[in-house]
Design a binder for this molecule. Structure first.
Ligand code: IPM
Ligand code: MG
Length: 398
């Protein structure tokens, strides 16, 4: 290929990307209204096991949801829909991040509880297909990745609002290899996409009483996309006179999260996709690691709840799948309950998780046969849920 052919090929590639992003903007504009769960006859909860330890831990979270929602299920207000086949083997066989038939099933649900799914990378025995997580967030337009982190004894009470459909992820599998010397990836920000995540963060800060939002970018260097993100944040902030806000760059923000004098001042953080990915893993570490944090992926029509960790295939290969820690996905299940309006059940479940996993610790999960199995731990959570003194017990530890 000569130089002008190369440039023409690159122009065509970019043209296609711009076209698909413009279409996405139209779709965003056309679906701004949030679904109202209380107006549905039946809320359908999809359960997707995923692969690796996914099916093991998801089964436990499902048991707990069924336990908490048994009356609603009997009354036909809630139904579970089990969706199999979102495994790396099946995805590889069909060469699809999410096979068509599974996507159709997902779209029949209102909310989804999802176990981890293996994300292939170059060199794996699998084709290097897009992550199922990333694909699901895009396909169902789950734009707000909400990740709370709490360490009460250190005054940490953070909620991250990570943008989930744009940034470096939007075209992460659509980069350009110009020739054997030049490689380019693209970062995307849209007015609509930035505004809706920033607004979600301010809304939450306003309603929850946190009243403080920190906007995290690298707008001093990434001037176009991050620059716009920050500008739109300033615009949204004007609509929330009661919410205080500030902005930090991602590098110093990463440092400040380990600054024990400073970090308790942060409350709600809103940030582009990749920074959010990185910062939330760091944040979860203070709470006991990624195994302890839940994650909500919220859109206007669908919402998906998951563990923030990966599928740990090695644990399954070594026969330790049944010893995987289900805490993170059970946190996700608590967020799901909260999201669909079962506040009382959500609160009980998160108190039980705190008691079992952080305070009382009658059973310990070690990831191997030196500790409790996922099932035993979930039984422990259910026993705790049944305690009459659950709330008093929880309060006594604070
Ligand atoms: C997460 C994960 C995913 C991400 C991976 C599995 C693609 O790290 O949910 O944070 O990068 O978003
Ligand atoms: Mg991550």
């Amino acid at each position: 290929m000569n130089r002008s052919e190369m440039i023409e090929r690159a122009q065509n590639h970019l043209g296609g990307l711009i076209e698909s992003q413009l279409e996405r903007i139209e779709r965003m504009k056309a679906s701004k209204d949030f679904i109202q769960y209380d107006s549905l006859d039946t809320i359908v909860i999809g359960v997707v096991g995923g692969d690796g330890i996914g099916p093991f831990i998801t089964a436990q979270a499902q048991r707990i949801l069924e336990f908490l929602l048994k009356d609603q299920v009997s009354a036909g207000k809630v139904a579970f829909k089990i969706i199999d086949g979102l495994t790396i083997e099946n995805r590889a066989k069909q060469n699809k991040a999410i096979p068509e038939d599974i996507l159709e099933e997902l779209k029949q649900c209102h909310v989804i509880l999802k176990g981890p799914t293996t994300t292939p990378r170059a060199g794996d025995p699998w084709p290097n297909i897009e992550s199922a997580n990333v694909a699901m967030r895009k396909e169902l337009d789950l734009f707000a990745n909400v990740r709370p982190v709490k360490v009460p004894e250190e005054g940490i009470d953070w909620v991250f609002y990570r943008e989930n459909t744009e940034g470096a992820y939007a075209l992460g599998s659509d980069g350009l290899e110009v020739n054997e010397d030049l490689f380019m990836d693209f970062t995307v920000a849209t007015y609509e996409g930035s505004r809706r995540i920033i607004k979600a963060a301010f809304d939450y800060a306003d309603k929850s009483g946190a009243n403080k939002v920190t906007v995290v970018t690298k707008a001093n260097v990434i001037k176009t996309t991050d620059g716009k993100f920050l500008k739109i944040a300033a615009e949204v902030a004007k609509e929330y006179p009661d919410v205080e806000w500030d902005d930090w760059y991602i590098d110093i923000m990463t440092a400040k999260l380990v600054d024990t004098k400073r970090r308790s001042q942060f409350k709600v953080m809103v940030l582009p996709n990749l920074y959010g990915d990185i910062l939330t893993d760091e944040a979860a570490e203070f709470q006991g690691g990624v195994g302890t944090a839940g994650s909500a992926n919220i859109g206007t029509r669908y919402a998906m709840f998951e563990a923030i960790h990966g599928s740990a295939p090695r644990m399954v290969d070594e026969g330790r799948g049944g010893y995987a820690d289900p805490s993170s996905i059970i946190r996700g299940a608590a967020m799901l309950l909260e999201h669909i309006g079962y506040h009382k059940e959500a609160k009980k479940l998160s108190m039980a998780l705190d008691i079992c996993g952080q305070f009382e610790k009658e059973l310990i999960i070690t990831g191997r046969d030196t500790g409790a199995t996922s099932e035993e731990f979930s039984d422990y959570i259910m026993r705790t849920l049944e305690r009459d003194d659950l709330e008093d017990k929880w309060n006594s530890y604070l």
